[in-house]
Ligand binder design. Structure first.
Ligand SMILES: *[C@@H]1O[C@H](CO)[C@@H](O)[C@H](O)[C@H]1NC(C)=O
Ligand SMILES: *[C@@H]1O[C@H](CO)[C@@H](O)[C@H](O)[C@H]1NC(C)=O
Ligand SMILES: *[C@@H]1O[C@H](CO)[C@@H](O)[C@H](O)[C@H]1NC(C)=O
Ligand SMILES: *[C@@H]1O[C@H](CO)[C@@H](O)[C@H](O)[C@H]1NC(C)=O
Ligand SMILES: *[C@@H]1O[C@H](CO)[C@@H](O)[C@H](O)[C@H]1NC(C)=O
Length: 575
């Protein structure tokens, strides 16, 4: 079924495309004739932005001038997904209403109504971000197939208000990576299959926003949303050569997002450029009465994250380097090319007018006398407490799963969940930990980790050295901003060099280091400092433009010119 629908579409020769285009133009309504005043004899494909790298401004510009419509964009992205999804497993489901929504957006635009910069622009969301439409929200698990939510998650509602089209659900590591101990392959889920990274054969997509990272990188949508508890946006962004923003805890609502940890979860954009990520952040951020962490937002009106994208954002900035957290681990194989590329990037920042303070070391736990509370895992205890809150909001709960214990039983019972080959040890540990930890012990562990990650970590370093930001290679920076709830912006930095040893997850799994593996640079800041970080990341990106130098392993061939005006429709085989 899948193959057939592909074959019926893909061999669109230029002549056939031109014929389809001409046919369509002759039959469209007046409004489209107005929008295509000159009927070309044949399609000049060079006119259309390449969907591998198209920015929001490219896409919105084409919609504005009538070069193409939102339905064309949706058609092109669906065709691209169908073309490469077998090889990437980046998308779990395509929205069956995407075309109809695109038609509404086109009609609104024709009538002069544009909801915002994302009007008519297709976006994917991670499969743990709920939509009250025909799509499932599974977090990768059959436990949630068939479940219904009372309304859209707030971030999706915000995207729709901004005019964005929810094109589909991106695949993810099941339960955001919280399930298996002995076999938790990154990017795998029972409902989504095994995601593969965008750049190398057998590449780990990283996770847990694996599909969001891969799909955005190879142009299966304009951009995507991911979620991060500890590294789950910035790591797949880094491994797939794109930009990711992990916002301050509370800047974006988690209402109707399948939880991992209320103390750490954050929803954020994954896009191909910093400015595109800023557009998406501007659309989704803001207070929400349904997530009281958002009451911490300190701004009467949010900063203008898009206007923050200025080349002049670097001169005069003081940027600290968290050298002690990575210098020795990245100083040896297979990571040296990350360290040397990072060191050269510091020269780029200096040349752009920033001052680099390269000797920032954080007080060790021995010096502070406060041990990291390793024995109490805040996030997995949170999962035991937060999952029932999400499940209690379902309007249909097909397996009557109300708590982690039910989920564990379901997962061990349903063969599609691949148990016991993939175990459920993390839940067993979480349940035991939640049962054996008193509220006092939990609070003490939580406040200790906050103190070490904040005053003794990120915010202490920023204050002591009067910094505007900290930088580090992205693969080394998950933990502190996760624990402190502070933002990270990751930007493409380079690819591992030809000498890099090939290493795999757990020895025999997907590739995690190899020649050509992309990696990123992270800009970290104090809570609520997204505006400043976005500016610095943009100015760095514009001076380096690393992304366009790397060529993905799978490149969908369908472009806007191939689908423009095509009337025949591709079936949707993905479920
Ligand atoms: C925030 O909301 C949660 C759930 O809605 C509730 O349990 C908690 O008490 C609230 N916290 C505050 C500080 O209002
Ligand atoms: C970082 O590591 C390099 C070797 O890779 C070493 O030469 C340098 O002194 C180290 N710098 C610091 C600040 O530790
Ligand atoms: C779930 O609970 C409802 C009401 O108690 C019951 O009718 C239904 O059969 C249950 N479903 C399953 C799968 O256990
Ligand atoms: C994972 O652990 C389970 C339970 O101990 C075991 O049955 C299974 O074979 C293990 N799988 C792998 C891939 O090691
Ligand atoms: C900041 O400076 C104070 C005073 O020198 C020191 O005790 C503290 O450890 C420093 N904190 C960080 C995070 O560097």
């Amino acid at each position: 079924m899948h193959q057939l629908s592909l074959l019926s579409f893909l061999p669109l020769a230029a002549a056939a495309a031109a014929a389809l285009f001409a046919h369509d133009v002759s039959s469209v309504s007046v409004k489209h004739e107005r929008r295509h005043p000159v009927v070309p004899d044949s399609i000049d494909k060079a006119e259309f932005p390449s969907l591998l790298d198209a920015t929001l401004e490219d896409l919105a510009g084409g919609l504005e001038t009538g070069l193409f419509r939102s339905v064309d964009l949706v058609e092109a992205y669906i065709a691209r997904i169908l073309e490469v999804n077998d090889a990437s497993r980046a998308v779990r489901e395509i929205n069956p209403d995407a075309r109809a929504i695109a038609e509404e957006m086109d009609a609104a635009r024709t009538m002069g109504t544009v909801y915002g910069p994302l009007h008519g622009i297709p976006i994917l969301v991670k499969d743990n971000i709920a939509t009250a439409d025909k799509m499932e929200t599974t977090a990768g698990s059959y436990a949630l197939v068939g479940a219904r939510v009372p309304e859209d998650s707030t971030v999706v509602r915000n995207l729709r208000k901004a005019g964005a089209i929810i094109l589909g659900k991106a695949s993810m590591s099941e339960w955001a990576g919280l399930r298996s101990w002995n076999s938790s392959t990154t990017g795998w889920s029972p409902t989504g299959g095994q995601g593969i990274g965008a750049y190398l054969d057998d590449q780990s997509p990283s996770g847990s926003s694996s599909g969001s990272g891969v799909a955005t990188s190879i142009g299966l949508a304009f951009a995507s949303l991911g979620t991060e508890t500890s590294g789950s946006i910035i790591s797949p962004a880094s491994y797939n050569n794109i930009v990711g923003i992990k916002p301050t805890l509370g800047l974006t609502s988690r209402h109707l997002v399948v939880p991992f940890s209320s103390h750490q979860d954050s929803v954020g954009p994954m896009a191909r450029t910093v400015k595109d990520a800023a557009y998406v952040l501007a659309a989704i951020a803001g207070p929400d009465p349904k997530d009281n962490y958002t009451t911490a937002i300190p701004f009467p009106t949010l900063p203008d994250y898009v206007a923050a994208c200025q080349l002049s954002a670097l001169p005069g900035k003081r940027i600290g380097v968290l050298r002690s957290t990575f210098n020795s681990s990245l100083g040896q194989p297979p990571y040296q090319s990350i360290l040397s590329t990072f060191n050269s990037a510091l020269d780029t920042l200096r040349a752009a007018g920033a001052t680099i303070i390269d000797d920032i070391s954080l007080p060790s736990t021995a010096e502070t006398g406060v041990p990291w509370p390793n024995d109490i895992d805040i996030t997995s205890i949170d999962f035991v407490r937060d999952l029932p809150t999400y499940l209690s909001q379902l309007t249909h709960n097909p397996h009557n799963i109300t708590a982690v214990a039910d989920l564990l039983a379901f997962t061990q019972r349903d063969p599609r969940e691949d148990w016991p080959n993939r175990d459920t040890v993390k839940w067993e540990m979480a349940l035991a930990s939640a049962a054996n930890t008193t509220p006092e012990e939990f609070w003490k562990a939580y406040t200790q980790s906050l103190y070490l990650a904040g005053p003794m970590g990120i915010s202490g370093a920023i204050r002591n050295h009067s910094l505007d930001a900290l930088v580090a290679p992205t693969i080394t920076t998950h933990f502190l901003p996760a624990a402190w709830g502070s933002p990270v912006v990751t930007v493409p930095l380079g690819a591992m060099d030809a000498d890099t040893e090939v290493t795999r997850e757990r020895g025999d799994g997907l590739v995690v280091t190899a020649p050509g593996m992309p990696f990123g640079m992270a800009f970290l800041g104090e809570r609520w400092s997204e505006e400043g970080l976005i500016g610095m990341a943009y100015a760095f990106e514009q001076r380096t433009m690393v992304r366009r130098g790397l060529v993905p392993r799978v490149r969908p061939r369908v472009e806007l010119g191939d689908v423009l005006g095509r009337r025949e429709r591709v079936e949707l085989p993905l479920h």
